[in-house]
Design a protein around this ligand. Sequence first.
Ligand SMILES: O=C(O)C(=O)C[C@]1(C(=O)O)C=C[C@@H](O)C=C1
Length: 84
Amino acid sequence: MTTTPEVTIADARERIDSLDDRIIGLIQERMAVSSVVQQTRIASGGRRVHLAREMEILSRYREALGKPGTSLAMTLLELCRGRI
Ligand SMILES: O=C(O)C(=O)C[C@]1(C(=O)O)C=C[C@@H](O)C=C1
């Protein structure tokens, strides 16, 4: 069956929208889990931020996605723990 460029683009955009919905849901889930870690640490006398752990996360994203991965990880961390 043949299709048109318009249909191919519309179908692909639907998939992108669906992926973005899932990504947003995963980010919201990450924020909730991160909050549990931070609140638990603060309640036991620690600090909200754990820089060594953040370095591990930044490395993981950079290894998987290159330099923009670092920016993405920094944005995710800011969403999860606020600005430092
Ligand atoms: O893993 C932790 O210790 C967390 O508090 C979670 C988290 C994160 O969102 O990944 C948030 C703040 C910390 O600075 C480091 C990492």
